[in-house]
Ligand binder design. Structure first.
Ligand SMILES: [Zn+2]
Length: 150
């Protein structure tokens, strides 16, 4: 594993999204979905800060084939992808919509992750794919603000 990639669901501020919706968007055949064989994220952080596991993971430093999620083409075999619900304003423009509970949950998550896997770089999706705004906030600056140096 080389990257922990942070994403947003690219849904409007304040709107909850269920894991089954995300799974359907990603894995249903086109045109209703993207037709991927696996959903894009391992864990999902809901508006209330609840962390939901979407794809099994044995929490070791290797990305086993059954752990692969499809969050960023070209990086999936060496990445874990996580997502927070939100990331857009009501006009669907990129916006950091993280609730206080989501910020707390994400902070706990990345601190714990960084402690266990200090060699794994934590990035925002757009750092791997500059064409994307995802996750709608500056991950490097936020990591510094919570005391994670990498
Ligand atoms: Zn993304």
């Amino acid at each position: 594993m080389k990257y922990l990639v942070i994403h947003c669901t690219a849904t409007p501020e304040g709107r909850e999204v269920s894991s089954s919706e995300i799974r359907r968007w990603h894995t249903s055949p086109p045109p209703s979905g993207r037709g991927w064989k696996q959903v894009g994220y391992t864990d999902m952080i809901h508006l209330d800060g609840r962390v939901e596991r979407m794809v099994d993971n044995n929490e070791d430093a290797n990305v086993d084939p059954w752990e692969v999620t499809n969050g960023a083409a070209g990086y999936n075999s060496v990445s874990r992808h996580i997502v927070y619900v939100g990331g857009c304003d009501k006009h669907m423009k990129p916006k950091d919509t993280r609730t206080e509970a989501q910020k707390e949950a994400l902070k706990r998550y990345v601190r714990d992750f960084h402690e266990r896997f200090p060699q794994v770089k934590i990035v925002g999706h757009h750092e791997l794919n500059p064409g994307k705004a995802c996750p709608s906030f500056d991950v490097a600056a936020w990591l510094r603000s919570i005391g994670i140096r990498q």
